[in-house]
Structure formats: C-alpha cells, structure tokens
Design a protein around this ligand. Structure first.
Ligand SMILES: *Cc1c(COP(=O)(O)O)cnc(C)c1O
Length: 461
C-alpha cells in the first residue's frame, strides 16, 4: 500500500514511514493512494474477537511493512488492555437507538482504541530500525492522556503533550499529569486548543528543529489512528447486520472520517451524522455550505471545542478526486479568509446522502444526559449525549449507532448537574485524585515551547 499527501507535493511513502512521519513534508496529511475493500464476508465471520477483526480490516493498509504475525500479536495485546471482553460493546438505549461504547480502554476515551495499537506499531517499527523519535501532540483533553498511556515507558519514544491551560476536565488533566515515566512531558499552554495545534504545526514546519528532535505525531492527523478507528465502524455495522446510520460526536473529523472509510470499503453504513456542540463549523458546512471560522466557545464537551478540524483535509482531498494542488490551494485560502470555499458540485457529490449534521447546546445536552439516565439507568458523558440527541432528532429509517466517545466518569460534573449523581471511576483509577501532578506551564510562544521540548528530550536521551 502506497500513501500520498493531500497536498500532492510530498514523496509517496509506505505504511511504516507514514506512521513515523505523522504530517507530510508539504504540510498535508497522508492518505492511501487507493481504498481497499473489506475482506470477504467469510473471512470477517471467521474472526473470533475484536482483535482478530481488527487485524483483518487493517492488514491491507499496513501491507508488507509489518509481518502478519507481528501485526496480529499487536492487535491482540492492544485490545487486551480493555476492560470489556467485547472491547467495543453495542448497547441499546432506545427502540432504534444504540451506542457503541468506545471508552473501555486505559484512559476511558475512545482514543485508546486507536492509540493502544498505534503505540505498539511505533515501538515495533522503531525497534526494527533502531531509531528514536519525539512525539509531540496538541490535545483538548483526551488525545493527550491516551497518547501518554500508549507510549509511557517506551525506550524509543519521548512524548510531549500540549494542552490549553484550564481546558481539559480535572480527570483528563490528571490522567496526563500524574503518569510517572521519564519519557512523558505534559505542558499547559496559555491559549486555546487551536493555539496548541498551531504550535505543533509550527514545530513541524521548523525543519531543523523537526530533524534534530525527529518529531513525530500521534494526534488525529496520523493516518494510523484513522486506520485503527475504521475497525469499530465495521464491527458496529456487522453486529446489527443491517444498514445502519452512524452518529459521531465530532471535533477534528477523525472519528467520522474513519466511518466514511469503513463505508467506502463496503461496510453497510447508510449515512454518517456529524454531531456538533456550539462549535458547529462542520454542521454549518454540511447543512449550509458555511465553513466560516468562529471564535472557539467553551462547552461541556471540551474535546469538541474546535473550529479548524484538521482531518477534514482528508475529506477535502476525496471531494477533490485526489487533486493535491487544489486541496493545498483551498486550505491556504481557508486559513487566509477564515472561510472554506469549495465548488458547489463537488460538495453536493460528496454529501450525496452520505452525510447529515446537527448541533446541540449545553442545556440540551444536560437534558439529554438526564433523559437517557431516566429511561435506561445509564450515564452518558456530554460528548456522547451530543451524539444521542442529534441522532434522535435526525431520525433515520435505519438503526442508528452513536459513537460513545468518553466514559461518563471523565465528565462527572456535567453528569452530576444533569442527574444528581456522580458516576464512579473504574477501580483501577479510583485513586487518581490523590496522585501527585507533574506539569510545565508556558506562554503561547513557539520559541519557549521549542526550548522546553529540547531540554525535556535531552534529559531522557
Ligand atoms: C477526541 C474526542 C472527540 C472528537 O473526535 P474527533 O476524531 O476529533 O472528531 C469526541 N469526543 C471525545 C470524548 C473525544 O475525546
């Protein structure tokens, strides 16, 4: 399998190089040059576990870059860290409504589903090559702890995570700042998540710095994460063995793009529903062709408090029939004008029954958490509730699966406001509030951040 950049100027690479590179050298994102089809039905039916399904679904994307036995072992190890034997169980919450619980991994976030595998892939490839990298990432909350948990203690990796000071919930922050491992560095930036993301992009665009520290990324721009997320979209559609609608609480457009890839590979997903909070730029684009950047608003679902969805560039490239020069030009103008302009026919062809979208405000989300609890006895977190509410409103003729992206105990304040009850943390995290924190606080300043990264890596090398 060969990968090309969405901006068409970077060299084509194989899977292992794409994994380590993260962002392409022309500023674009790597995408497979062709979309494979799902393995034949009997082959998927023969899978005995989530891990075996994962191996079969992702093997064509990995190609010859990892030996099949090693890939199967990594899938088995990655999904053995989950607290639920099904890894991603489907739970019915209404007559035609289901949730796929993606939050049974180590950090209680759906990001573990991808990162537990991606961390192992990194370690494997670096070990073979006898190389070392520095993973830098921006997080609004969940990616950071999931990335840290995926590579803590790895001999070949330093990990530096930037997050907006005051942004993540206390559980999210503590999951990043209480990890005791010398290769883990949590950094609080005085700025927004978009500022953090811009700092990471600027570090990658600083070529001497990037080379010196061998920068790499595991945030949602890394193709391997999208690849790993394709699996549960396939599993959800197969479990209900009917065409389904999938509703995804969306921020960076990674999870929902993985759903699109699953659909493109032949999974019976009729349509994909974008669920937004007040930061509804994607919903405005789908419904009104209005992708205009607005100031980021803080909501009860901070992992979706994003205006510029980095993974949308992959969708744009698809919309442009793989035209990298056009994609690059549109992205450039988007950043200059603050508004993405796409040809109306291309957008219409792309939408073509595949995407719908809706938004929910904080008050509606609190009502939804209360309603789901009253009707089912289940707690749902504010991100998931954004999804279940939008899924219900945009009723589909098909069973609808909402992606439950966080464990309710990650957002106990919102759940308590809605239901009067605090959802408990799983036993192995019960002492999280008592563990000491380790964090550096910095201004929104590239030079300061680069110095900090250099010093942190020097200290562990
Ligand atoms: C990251 C995250 C999202 C958004 O996922 P994207 O792939 O960025 O769209 C939604 N909910 C939770 C809880 C998250 O951590």
């Amino acid at each position: 399998m060969r990968y090309v950049s969405t901006r068409g100027q970077a060299p084509e690479l194989g899977f292992a190089d794409v994994l380590l590179a993260g962002l392409a050298s022309d500023g674009g994102l790597y995408v497979p040059a062709e979309w494979p089809l799902l393995p034949p039905r009997h082959e998927l039916d023969a899978a005995q576990s989530y891990a075996e399904t994962a191996h079969r679904v992702i093997a064509p994307f990995v190609g010859d870059d990892v030996e099949p036995g090693a890939l199967a072992d990594m899938c088995a190890d990655a999904y053995a860290t989950f607290r639920h034997p099904a890894v991603v169980p489907l739970v019915q919450i209404g007559e035609r409504q289901w949730v796929a619980e993606l939050f049974h991994g180590p950090t209680l976030s759906f990001k573990d589903v991808a990162l537990q595998l991606v961390g192992r892939l990194f370690d494997h490839v670096l070990d073979r090559r006898r190389e070392r990298v520095t993973i830098v990432g921006a997080t609004s909350g969940d990616t950071g702890s999931a990335a840290i948990e995926a590579v803590r203690g790895c001999a070949h990796i330093d990990v530096v995570v930037l997050f907006p000071h005051g942004g993540p919930s206390e559980v999210q922050r503590r999951q990043m700042t209480t990890v005791v491992a010398p290769n883990v560095h949590a950094v609080a930036v005085d700025g927004t998540f978009d500022d953090c993301q811009d700092l990471v992009k600027a570090m990658f665009n600083d070529a001497p710095f990037r080379e010196r520290l061998r920068l790499s990324a595991v945030n949602s721009i890394n193709w391997a994460r999208v690849m790993a997320q394709v699996v549960y979209h396939v599993v959800a559609a197969r479990t209900l063995s009917a065409p389904i609608s999938t509703c995804v609480p969306t921020g960076n457009f990674g999870n929902i793009f993985a759903g699109w890839v699953a659909r493109r590979m032949g999974a019976p997903i009729d349509d994909l529903v974008v669920a937004s909070n007040a930061n509804d730029i994607l919903t405005r684009y789908v419904n009104d062709d209005d992708m205009t950047i607005a100031p980021v608003v803080s909501t009860l679902s901070p992992s979706m408090d994003i205006q510029v969805s980095s993974n949308f560039e992959r969708m744009l490239w698809v919309m442009n029939d793989g035209n990298g020069a056009l994609t690059a030009e549109q992205q450039l103008r988007f950043r200059q004008l603050g508004r993405l302009v796409t040809p109306p026919e291309a957008r219409q062809r792309w939408l073509d029954g595949a995407f719908r979208a809706g938004r929910a405000g904080d008050d509606e989300v609190l009502d939804e958490i209360r309603r789901v609890h009253a009707e089912t006895g289940m707690f749902v977190d504010p991100h998931t509730a954004t999804g279940t509410l939008v899924a219900r409103r945009l009723a589909s003729p098909h069973p609808t699966v909402t992606m439950a992206t966080a464990h309710p105990a990650k957002f106990p304040d919102a759940v308590e406001r809605a239901t009067g009850q605090r959802p408990p943390l799983p036993d192995d995290l019960a002492d999280l509030y008592d563990r000491p924190e380790r964090v550096e606080r910095v201004p929104n300043d590239l030079a300061v951040v680069e110095d900090l990264v250099t010093a942190a890596v020097a200290a562990t090398a």
